[in-house]
Ligand binder design. Structure first.
Ligand code: ZN
Length: 150
Protein backbone atom coordinates (compact mmCIF):
# COMPACT_ATOMS: atom_id res chain seq x y z
CA UNK A 1 0.00 0.00 0.00
CA UNK A 2 1.36 3.40 -0.86
CA UNK A 3 1.63 5.86 1.97
CA UNK A 4 0.43 9.45 1.83
CA UNK A 5 4.00 10.69 1.59
CA UNK A 6 4.80 8.69 -1.53
CA UNK A 7 2.17 10.21 -3.75
CA UNK A 8 2.88 8.03 -6.73
CA UNK A 9 1.33 9.49 -9.78
CA UNK A 10 0.01 7.69 -12.76
CA UNK A 11 -0.82 9.45 -15.99
CA UNK A 12 -4.33 8.58 -17.04
CA UNK A 13 -3.03 7.89 -20.51
CA UNK A 14 -0.35 9.08 -22.90
CA UNK A 15 -1.38 12.19 -24.73
CA UNK A 16 -4.17 13.06 -22.33
CA UNK A 17 -4.24 16.41 -20.60
CA UNK A 18 -5.08 14.98 -17.18
CA UNK A 19 -2.64 13.60 -14.63
CA UNK A 20 -4.01 11.53 -11.78
CA UNK A 21 -2.22 11.63 -8.41
CA UNK A 22 -2.96 9.08 -5.73
CA UNK A 23 -2.62 8.98 -1.98
CA UNK A 24 -3.91 7.00 0.97
CA UNK A 25 -5.24 8.33 4.24
CA UNK A 26 -4.87 6.31 7.43
CA UNK A 27 -7.47 7.92 9.72
CA UNK A 28 -11.11 9.00 9.56
CA UNK A 29 -10.18 12.71 9.65
CA UNK A 30 -6.65 13.52 8.58
CA UNK A 31 -4.87 16.57 7.23
CA UNK A 32 -2.04 15.60 4.87
CA UNK A 33 0.54 17.91 3.33
CA UNK A 34 0.68 16.93 -0.35
CA UNK A 35 2.84 19.84 -1.54
CA UNK A 36 5.59 17.44 -2.60
CA UNK A 37 3.29 16.07 -5.29
CA UNK A 38 3.58 19.47 -6.98
CA UNK A 39 7.20 20.38 -6.18
CA UNK A 40 8.72 17.08 -7.28
CA UNK A 41 8.35 17.85 -10.97
CA UNK A 42 8.26 20.76 -13.37
CA UNK A 43 5.00 21.97 -14.92
CA UNK A 44 4.03 24.16 -17.86
CA UNK A 45 3.82 27.81 -16.79
CA UNK A 46 0.30 28.99 -16.05
CA UNK A 47 -2.13 27.38 -13.66
CA UNK A 48 -2.73 23.87 -12.41
CA UNK A 49 -6.35 22.95 -11.81
CA UNK A 50 -6.26 20.42 -8.98
CA UNK A 51 -9.44 18.48 -8.21
CA UNK A 52 -10.09 15.95 -5.47
CA UNK A 53 -12.27 13.33 -7.13
CA UNK A 54 -14.36 12.61 -4.04
CA UNK A 55 -17.28 14.02 -2.05
CA UNK A 56 -15.82 13.29 1.39
CA UNK A 57 -12.43 15.06 1.21
CA UNK A 58 -11.28 18.65 0.78
CA UNK A 59 -8.32 20.61 -0.53
CA UNK A 60 -6.89 23.98 0.46
CA UNK A 61 -3.74 26.08 0.79
CA UNK A 62 -2.64 26.49 4.37
CA UNK A 63 -0.03 26.27 7.06
CA UNK A 64 1.52 22.84 7.56
CA UNK A 65 2.77 21.03 10.68
CA UNK A 66 1.48 18.46 13.15
CA UNK A 67 -0.04 21.03 15.52
CA UNK A 68 -1.78 22.79 12.65
CA UNK A 69 -3.06 19.45 11.35
CA UNK A 70 -4.59 18.69 14.76
CA UNK A 71 -6.28 22.09 14.63
CA UNK A 72 -7.68 21.51 11.13
CA UNK A 73 -9.01 18.10 12.13
CA UNK A 74 -10.53 19.29 15.44
CA UNK A 75 -12.16 22.38 13.96
CA UNK A 76 -13.55 20.38 11.05
CA UNK A 77 -15.19 18.00 13.53
CA UNK A 78 -16.63 20.89 15.57
CA UNK A 79 -17.98 22.72 12.54
CA UNK A 80 -20.45 19.94 11.87
CA UNK A 81 -20.90 18.34 15.30
CA UNK A 82 -23.70 20.69 16.38
CA UNK A 83 -25.56 20.43 13.08
CA UNK A 84 -26.95 16.93 13.49
CA UNK A 85 -28.90 14.81 13.32
CA UNK A 86 -28.01 14.15 9.68
CA UNK A 87 -30.43 12.44 7.34
CA UNK A 88 -27.79 10.92 5.05
CA UNK A 89 -26.50 8.53 7.71
CA UNK A 90 -28.24 5.28 7.02
CA UNK A 91 -25.21 3.14 6.17
CA UNK A 92 -22.18 5.09 7.29
CA UNK A 93 -22.26 7.31 10.39
CA UNK A 94 -20.26 10.48 9.83
CA UNK A 95 -20.57 10.26 6.07
CA UNK A 96 -23.07 13.12 5.79
CA UNK A 97 -20.83 15.37 7.89
CA UNK A 98 -17.96 14.53 5.54
CA UNK A 99 -20.09 15.45 2.50
CA UNK A 100 -21.06 18.79 4.03
CA UNK A 101 -17.48 19.70 4.99
CA UNK A 102 -16.15 18.66 1.60
CA UNK A 103 -18.71 20.85 -0.16
CA UNK A 104 -18.15 23.84 2.11
CA UNK A 105 -14.33 23.66 2.23
CA UNK A 106 -14.01 22.90 -1.45
CA UNK A 107 -12.44 20.21 -3.58
CA UNK A 108 -10.52 22.25 -6.15
CA UNK A 109 -7.50 24.56 -6.23
CA UNK A 110 -5.84 26.69 -8.89
CA UNK A 111 -2.09 26.67 -8.32
CA UNK A 112 0.17 29.24 -10.04
CA UNK A 113 3.18 27.82 -11.89
CA UNK A 114 6.11 30.07 -12.79
CA UNK A 115 9.41 28.98 -14.29
CA UNK A 116 8.11 25.43 -14.18
CA UNK A 117 7.75 25.57 -10.39
CA UNK A 118 4.92 25.94 -7.92
CA UNK A 119 4.72 29.67 -7.16
CA UNK A 120 2.88 30.12 -3.86
CA UNK A 121 3.64 31.98 -0.62
CA UNK A 122 6.48 30.94 1.65
CA UNK A 123 4.18 29.32 4.21
CA UNK A 124 1.50 28.12 1.85
CA UNK A 125 1.33 24.35 1.53
CA UNK A 126 -1.15 22.22 -0.38
CA UNK A 127 -3.23 20.47 2.27
CA UNK A 128 -5.49 17.50 1.60
CA UNK A 129 -8.13 16.98 4.28
CA UNK A 130 -9.51 13.47 4.62
CA UNK A 131 -13.02 13.59 6.09
CA UNK A 132 -14.19 9.98 5.87
CA UNK A 133 -11.15 7.73 5.85
CA UNK A 134 -9.11 5.76 5.83
CA UNK A 135 -9.37 5.52 2.05
CA UNK A 136 -7.39 5.48 -1.11
CA UNK A 137 -7.87 8.83 -2.87
CA UNK A 138 -7.25 10.29 -6.28
CA UNK A 139 -6.60 13.85 -7.36
CA UNK A 140 -6.89 14.99 -10.97
CA UNK A 141 -4.47 17.64 -12.23
CA UNK A 142 -4.92 19.61 -15.45
CA UNK A 143 -2.48 22.19 -16.77
CA UNK A 144 -3.92 25.51 -17.89
CA UNK A 145 -0.97 26.98 -19.74
CA UNK A 146 -1.05 30.73 -20.21
CA UNK A 147 0.60 33.35 -22.41
CA UNK A 148 3.15 35.82 -20.95
CA UNK A 149 1.47 38.90 -19.45
CA UNK A 150 4.28 41.41 -19.97
ZN1 ZN B 1 -22.72 9.47 1.34
Amino acid sequence: MRGPDRGDSAPSGRGTSLLRLELSSSRSRQAIDITHLFTSRTWPDGLLLVSVEHTTAALFLGESGSEMFEDYERVAARLVAASGPFRHETWNPGNAQAHVLSSFLGTQLLLPISGGRLDVGTWQRVIFLELDGPRRRSIAVASLATQPLG
